[in-house]
Design a protein around this ligand. Sequence first.
Ligand code: GDP
Ligand code: MN
Length: 364
Amino acid sequence: MIPAAVALALAHFGAPLAYRLAAGRWLARPWGLERGPRRPTVTVIVPTYNEAKFVEAKLDDIAKQSYPKELMEVIVVDSASSDGTAQIARRWAAEHPQVKLLVVEEPERRGKAHALNAALKAARGEVVVITDADSTWAAEDTLERALSWFADPRVGAVTCLKKPAGKGAAGVEEGYRRFYNAIRVAESKVWATPIFHGELAAFRRDLLEANGGFPTDLGADDSHTATLIALKGYRAIAPDDVWCIEAVPRKGYHKWRVRRAQHLIQHFARAIKRVREAPGPFRKVLLAEAWLHLANPWLLAAAALLLALEAARGSPLAAALLALGFLPLACKPYRTWVAMQLYLMAAAIRNLKTKEIAWEKEAK
Ligand code: GDP
Ligand code: MN
């Protein structure tokens, strides 16, 4: 059993390392895309559920963007918030007549994607940008940079890279972000990244409509929509000059990570069924990411379990190997990695019980 455990552990750690090495090579590639001066019209959609604390600052942030106001409309879509979010948004609209803002109110909460679809019905922009109320764009030209990629007709979707805000739990976020940002860009250069971010997720509206809007029966509506667009032969990219700042919860950090992992698992479990339709370069990305999210964490658990069983039976070698696996937990990158595996496994189990389509808000 010990050789099997070692093989499982090597496979578990080897897969992401091999992928990161490949990504390192892809990073050196050119984008193979042309950015241009042609500016599309844009609808910025802010979905809100009890965002009274953030909605005003979010709208100010959008209003500060350098993108020409005459090419931009904003929609706040609120799903029956109980904290007055919609009223605040309406008041902001009255105070800022230079910004075209529409407040759409749903009579009941049926999840973020459902709300986005309600907003989509009113959207007129060539490009639709989704942005979470509790997120911030890193610079005044973030929107302009993101939209400049749509000058190339091959680009169907654009997302941002993320910097965590604040300290504490955010410290863990930071190391993990650097690793993942590099992978997001590398995947984008190859073809598309199957992981999009709610802080800024931009899509061509005609492609969204061809998809029938956002999927309402899974959590990662942005990532899944981007992946469907990539499957159709468009590029879905995270450029290296479009940045967002994410609010990391002050409380309920683990719960938050598990929910997000649940959403990614739902997304990959569905996307992987269509891997055959993927354009060649995207196929390997989708296969690798689906493996890393769906299967790979369990290899680590299996290895640990086998070693623990052998150690319990009195094998000093198994006990030593197990200790070897625990010791590096003192190092942050390793700890972050192992934590992610635990979140993914907890998420897979929790998905059997609830999909978390309408989730409880963590305090940020
Ligand atoms: P997180 O970023 O994964 O922690 O998710 P959040 O709880 O911040 O939600 C992302 C965005 O979607 C926020 O702007 C929320 O207010 C919004 N949101 C979440 N659920 C709903 C919903 O049911 N309806 C609407 N309209 N917005 C929602
Ligand atoms: Mn959020």
